[in-house]
Design a binder for this molecule. Structure first.
Ligand code: ADP
Ligand code: F6P
Length: 473
């Protein structure tokens, strides 16, 4: 019998409640990973209630059983808004300046991780394979081990992992990041992330096994590996092709009136570098006046984490910048930037990507950035657009057919936009084909299979000493 797969993440895209609107790479990747197999997706329901039910809500759709818990307002503020998103998120994105640590938030983070572990403990069978996702749940394997579960437990970090000097600025980092050694396998997006985490764990006392990717800590063996997350490449290609016939895409094409479209899609998050991008757009319009009136920038930016001040700030900052650029460069017949905050269906996004001559993806720091991959997969092979991609997105490791830019250098980004808009068909095709070969070879299904086989292999190769504590805290 095939073992059950239990996927655990903070956000769970329960069908009908969140599937289309849950913008975010993790939800998209896990959804695809679970499709077509028996499994459980466990996590937060997305609801905040004064008196959460102690029992998880269970719902089965197709082969997936969704098991979700509500959070109390205090949990939501301290665990999600607080420690996860005001401390871990900025630190993991190299933004120590934005981290706001409080002991109260840390205790909320530990409380919710315990709450998840307690609830999971009731449903876990010894042969279940467990796959935990992202920074919200770093201590989970340790908490499950403490409850006597010796299952195969893997972890995947969807966001970047900074170097040890930055990680050690996290108060109580040994209790949080150090707890990762209770997993059997830790997957990261890139070799650089892998190297950073490995060096951190060694600095904290873990010992490297001869093959470097394996570490011994607290009587356990943990394997580290780079598993760059993929997308549903074939599905995206098909969706984009079909979307061309829809009213939204036809009307958008008409509204462009022959202008080229440059498109960006990002959750409204400071890591995505939207103010820098606005700066680059302004430089483009100023430096290349021959393009004025001939290009439309579409920025789709669904609002995210509205309860956090930095997110409210970035929201205000970006709309002000877009307004200023439109005011100073536009005229009565042309608005340079179309700025929209709403969510779109995946099919609509695919169609819009295909319409865009340039995909402009310039985060200051990003674990992978699935938008970059989706943009490429959605292109018309006979007349593909060009991807302009930040060197600080994990995707830049794989997508060497993109024009790689430094988002901190607005003139260079502006020049890349022009270069992309003027690139001849043969060069565009060659770059597209190179990137599609990568996206086909490492699609979401390949990613899942590679991670789960590596998890299986870690257990076979390195039997674990039962129930020993992880890193000394
Ligand atoms: P992150 O995980 O930081 O949000 P990614 O680029 O890796 O960044 O993933 C974002 C995912 O969310 C992509 O799959 C993208 O298609 C989806 N998405 C982003 N914006 C929207 C939107 N406005 N409507 C629907 N889906 C969106
Ligand atoms: O991919 C990074 C990530 O933080 C995911 O964990 C998350 O689902 C997504 O971005 C969106 O963020 P949130 O769940 O906080 O809305």
């Amino acid at each position: 019998m095939v073992a059950r797969l239990i996927v655990i993440s903070n956000r769970v895209a329960v069908p009908e409640s969140a599937s289309e609107s849950s913008a975010g790479g993790l939800a998209v990747a896990v959804q695809a990973a679970l499709s077509g197999r028996e499994g459980i997706w466990f996590g937060w329901s997305g609801r905040v209630t004064e008196e959460p039910e102690q029992e998880a809500a269970v719902r089965k759709v197709g082969g997936t059983t969704y098991v979700v818990l509500d959070l109390a307002p205090g949990d939501f503020n301290e665990y999600y808004n607080g420690f996860a998103n005001r401390v871990l998120w900025p630190i993991l994105h190299y933004r120590l300046d934005l981290a706001e640590f409080t002991r109260l938030d840390l205790s909320g983070y530990q409380r919710v991780n315990n709450y998840f572990a307690e609830s999971l403990s009731k449903i876990l069978r010894p042969d279940d394979v467990v796959w935990v996702h992202d920074y919200h749940l770093m201590p989970l394997a340790k908490l499950l081990r403490e409850r006597g579960h010796e299952n195969q437990i893997g972890y995947f970090l969807h966001v970047p992992c900074p170097p040890p000097d930055i990680l050690t600025a996290l108060p109580k980092h040994r209790e949080i990041v150090g707890a990762l050694t209770a997993f059997d396998l830790i997957g990261l997006q890139t070799e650089n992330d892998c190297d950073n985490l490995g060096r951190y764990l060694v600095r904290q006392g873990a010992v490297r096994a001869p093959d470097l990717h394996r570490l011994e800590a607290g009587g356990r063996t943990v394997t580290l590996g780079a598993f760059p997350v993929g997308i549903e490449t074939a599905r995206f290609e098909k969706m984009a092709r079909r979307a061309a016939a829809t009213i939204l895409i036809k009307e958008t094409a008409e509204s462009l009136a022959g202008r080229a479209m440059v498109m960006s899609v990002d959750r409204l998050d400071y890591s995505k570098g939207l103010p820098n991008r606005m700066d680059a757009i302004e430089r483009f319009l100023t430096s290349y006046p021959e393009w004025n009136g001939r290009v439309t920038f579409l920025q789709i930016a669904p609002k995210s984490r509205a309860g956090i001040q930095e997110y409210a700030d970035i929201d205000r900052q970006v709309s002000t910048l877009a307004g200023q650029i439109n005011g100073s460069h536009g005229d009565v017949t042309w608005t340079p930037i179309r700025y929209v905050n709403r969510a779109y269906s995946r099919a609509a996004l695919a169609g819009l990507y295909r319409l865009a001559r340039v995909g402009l993806v310039t985060p200051l720091r990003d674990g992978m950035n699935l938008v970059a991959k989706e943009y490429v997969a959605a292109q018309n092979p006979l007349d593909p657009g060009v991807l302009v991609l930040s060197q600080f997105a994990g995707a830049s490791d794989e997508l060497d057919g993109a024009l790689i830019v430094n988002p901190h250098e607005p003139e260079a980004v502006a020049a890349a936009i022009r270069f992309a808009l003027e690139m001849p068909l043969d060069a565009r095709k060659a770059r597209y084909q190179r990137m599609m070969a990568v996206l086909r070879a490492n699609d979401i299904h390949g990613w899942t299979t590679r991670f789960l086989s590596a998890l299986e292999k870690t257990r076979r190769e390195a039997p674990v000493a039962a129930s020993r504590p992880a890193m000394p805290a």
